[in-house]
Design a protein around this ligand. Structure first.
Ligand SMILES: [Zn+2]
Length: 367
């Protein structure tokens, strides 16, 4: 019966009393959650009052019916249906709890969502059990989880990549590295050291792993573009057998050739830049400077044209004009043109210094 008239229920012009919409929603919530969720999508939120239709018992039936849509609904109404209420109601359904928490945290991709942060430790446990793929990203983005607890969870589940990340966040960089070397995970160790961007850490990695042929082999294969391979090769103990050494050396040489040709290519590109810019400079230098009839000396403010018969005039490209004797007075004896030195426009120089000063001041202020 009600199904048939639902499409005809007006939502604006005329707008009915809230009670009617709430009644309809409550009805479908009980008999057909699909229609309920559809109406939630269709109807504007301000025509009904959520707590009037949602009682806590329906959270589970909605989540059980269509977790994604139900989650969207719950998240959109997070101010009215609190996170703790949802979590309590889903207590016996950890997978659904995770669906909810995951969407809650990630639904605003571009900003960190604080809603539900008190459940982030729990969320880590849930990820570790049901959805390992998303754990790492979550660890990276949330700052509300407990380091020791997370370390315990991830170690017990043997999630080594996450363990290393947690060590990193703890600031225990050497522990993290030691851990990776013990696990024999060359690729990850290199990736990790690369991210830290610390030359000493490379040395540490090499010295700690140099007695392990598998590690040396992996290092040879991957390290070429990050450090000087000689550094590594010189340290390899005499008589150590390394699988695929020949292939790895060839790769290092190839990498090196590639780097060389890259930097040569860059030089060529820069050459072209230099030529273009010198052309521009040359053109600029040939530009005429027009001196207006009523132009005045920037320093003494005396008209240039009337006095010019008796005095030398210096015109800068910035269009500042000075009598030469004024300029000498201003810029001091050491800048005298006669000594073969170039004049610098004192006005522009002063401006530039002032700018520098104020820039430095703002930088200090920012700190
Ligand atoms: Zn100037």
């Amino acid at each position: 019966m009600l199904q048939a008239i639902v499409p005809k229920i007006p939502i604006s012009n005329p707008r009915l009393t809230k009670m009617i919409y709430e009644m309809v929603l409550r009805y479908f919530l009980d008999i057909d959650p699909a229609i309920f969720l559809k109406l939630i999508d269709l109807w504007p939120q301000d025509i009904y009052f959520v707590p009037a239709i949602i009682n806590e018992n329906v959270i589970w039936s909605l989540m059980g019916y269509d977790p994604q849509k139900a989650t969207d609904f719950l998240i959109n109404n997070v101010s009215r249906i609190r996170v703790s209420t949802v979590m309590d109601k889903l207590e016996s359904y950890p997978k659904l709890q995770l669906v909810y928490l995951h969407n809650l945290f990630f639904h605003k991709r571009d900003q960190v969502n604080q809603e539900g942060k008190e459940y982030h430790n729990k969320q880590i446990e849930l990820y570790a059990t049901y959805d390992r793929d998303h754990l790492y990203e979550f660890l990276e983005k949330s700052i509300y989880w407990d380091l020791d607890r997370a370390l315990e969870v991830c170690s017990s589940k043997e999630l080594w990549r996450e363990v290393v990340f947690i060590y990193g966040r703890m600031g225990s960089i050497p522990e993290a590295l030691k851990f990776m070397i013990e696990k024999g995970d060359v690729k990850q160790a290199i990736e990790f050291v690369q991210k830290q961007n610390d030359q000493l850490l490379w040395d540490e990695l090499i010295s700690k792993s140099i007695r392990n042929p598998v590690f040396v082999s992996g290092l040879l294969e991957n390290v070429g573009t990050h450090i000087n391979p000689l550094k590594l090769i010189e340290k390899i103990p005499k008589g150590m057998e390394i699988i695929g050494l020949r292939y790895r050396l060839v790769k290092i040489i190839n990498d090196y050739l590639l780097q060389t040709s890259l930097s040569q290519g860059c030089c060529e590109v820069l050459k072209a830049d230099v030529i273009t810019l010198s052309h521009r400079l040359y053109k600029g230098n040939r530009r005429a400077i027009r001196v207006e009839q009523d132009a005045r000396c920037t320093s003494s403010n005396v008209s240039i044209i009337s006095a010019s018969k008796k005095k030398n005039v210096v015109v800068f490209f910035c269009n500042h004009i000075f009598f030469e004797d004024e300029l000498i007075k201003l810029s001091g004896a050491q800048n005298n043109m006669m000594g073969g030195k170039q004049y610098v426009c004192p006005t522009c120089k002063q401006n530039a210094e002032n700018n520098n000063l104020s820039e430095k001041k703002t930088k200090v202020g920012q700190k």
